[in-house]
Design a binder for this molecule. Structure first.
Ligand code: PLP
Length: 379
């Protein structure tokens, strides 16, 4: 098997799984219990939270655990809208967000909030002038992802923060950092709230994080028992939390070295695929190397994906998770419906080997020749 879908999810690391197992076995107490076992479990959870906080240079009180990035996005965006609706009902986001952010914005639009979509340029970067012009006194939130999940375009969050805060210092900035954390270095201080998930960083599935600066207030959207965090009531998933802290540590170690290695793999694929007239490389100078998106002219991405799958090669067809049959992100960047209608995402990891990339390229060539031959036959 050649797994090239690391941006969809990652295999859980051996040490991470071991941490999960040991914590489940030895620290099964409820951290909300006041007896010794509960307190021991709570102490372990607190030290895991401290470790995550230290790695990102934030306070441990600024971390909320959730079930994943979708849940974190909901708690952040809806919580901010409910908290601030008397100040204003205007939210700005981009055309490069994950479907979970769009779904929340659609929901809030139905409740009477006004949603503006900031333009991006041909490199996929947020158009600063447009952003500036959209901000008004009623703008309560700007939500822009750190790295686009389809094309890997990385946004300059620091710059975005400067523009937003200059126009309206009260506007809260949220960033979905799901595709950035563990791949490239991130700075949570560029934003007021950030989201990420364990399963994209070789951690377990079912655990996510919401970073919220202590100065930001959110209205909870979940209610229940448990006093450890008002935004996420209930029994904390301690084994997942401790395993997540291990995954955060491991995935943020040697990040630049890994990035350089992945860049070489990415270039190898780009070089090999660029020779095809019917293959368009959806990569801009701001794309991180971990995500490589291509469009296929005249071949349905789904057909191509399944042909690769027959050879035990796994990639994503990004169009599957986008609205209609178009990849929203590719369309937002290239403004080309044909290009956006058949896209494939190849996502790489430090676990990917050069041999895997070579085998992917030769299989791609065979599959491409076969499928484009079929098209000619039926022309
Ligand atoms: N945000 C981004 C940018 C993503 O890539 C994903 C997953 O594909 C999500 C959110 C959703 O994450 P989760 O599966 O943890 O809910």
């Amino acid at each position: 098997m050649i797994y090239l879908d690391y941006s969809a999810t990652t295999p859980v690391g051996f040490e991470v799984l071991d941490t999960y197992n040991r914590t489940s076995k030895d620290f099964f107490g409820n951290p909300n219990s006041i007896h010794e076992l509960g307190v021991k479990t709570k102490n372990l959870m607190n030290s895991a939270t401290k470790q995550i906080a230290e790695i990102f240079g934030i306070q441990d009180t600024e971390i909320t655990y959730t079930s994943g990035a979708t849940a974190s996005n909901n708690i952040a965006i809806i919580g901010c809208a409910l908290q601030n609706h008397k100040k204003g009902r205007h939210i700005i986001t981009s055309r490069l967000e994950h479907p979970s952010v769009y779904a929340i914005c659609d929901y809030l639009e139905g409740l009477g909030f006004e949603i503006s979509y900031v333009k991006n340029d041909e490199e996929g970067l947020i158009d600063f002038e447009d952003l500036k012009s959209l901000i008004k006194p009623e703008t309560i939130l700007v939500s822009i992802c750190a790295v686009n999940s389809e094309t890997g375009v990385r946004q300059p969050l620091k710059m975005i923060r400067q523009i937003v805060k200059k126009e309206n210092p009260e506007t809260i900035i949220h960033s979905d950092m799901t595709q950035a954390v563990g791949k490239v270095s991130v700075n949570f201080h560029d934003v007021d709230m950030a989201t990420f998930t364990g399963h994209k960083i070789y951690g377990p599935k079912g655990i996510g994080v919401l970073y919220k600066n202590n100065s930001v207030n959110l209205t909870p959207i979940l209610y229940g028992s448990g006093k450890s965090n008002m935004l996420s009531p209930g029994t904390p998933a301690v084994p997942l939390i401790v395993a997540l802290s291990k995954a955060v540590r491991l995935s943020t170690t040697d990040i630049e070295k890994r990035e350089r290695f992945i860049e070489r793999l990415n270039m190898k694929i780009v070089d090999a695929l660029s020779k095809y007239e019917g293959v368009m490389i959806n990569k801009t100078k701001y794309s991180i190397p971990h995500i490589l998106n291509i469009s296929l002219r005249n071949i349905k991405a789904e057909t191509f994906l399944h042909a690769l799958e027959e050879n035990e090669i796994y990639v994503s067809s990004n169009t599957a998770c986008s609205s209609g049959n178009l990849s929203t992100s590719v369309y937002a960047i290239y403004d080309d419906k044909v290009r956006a209608s058949s896209t494939i995402r190849i996502s790489l990891s430090h676990l990917t080997t050069t041999d895997e990339v070579n085998r992917f390229i030769s299989t791609f060539e065979e599959v491409y020749a076969r499928l484009s031959g079929l098209i000619r036959k039926f022309d």
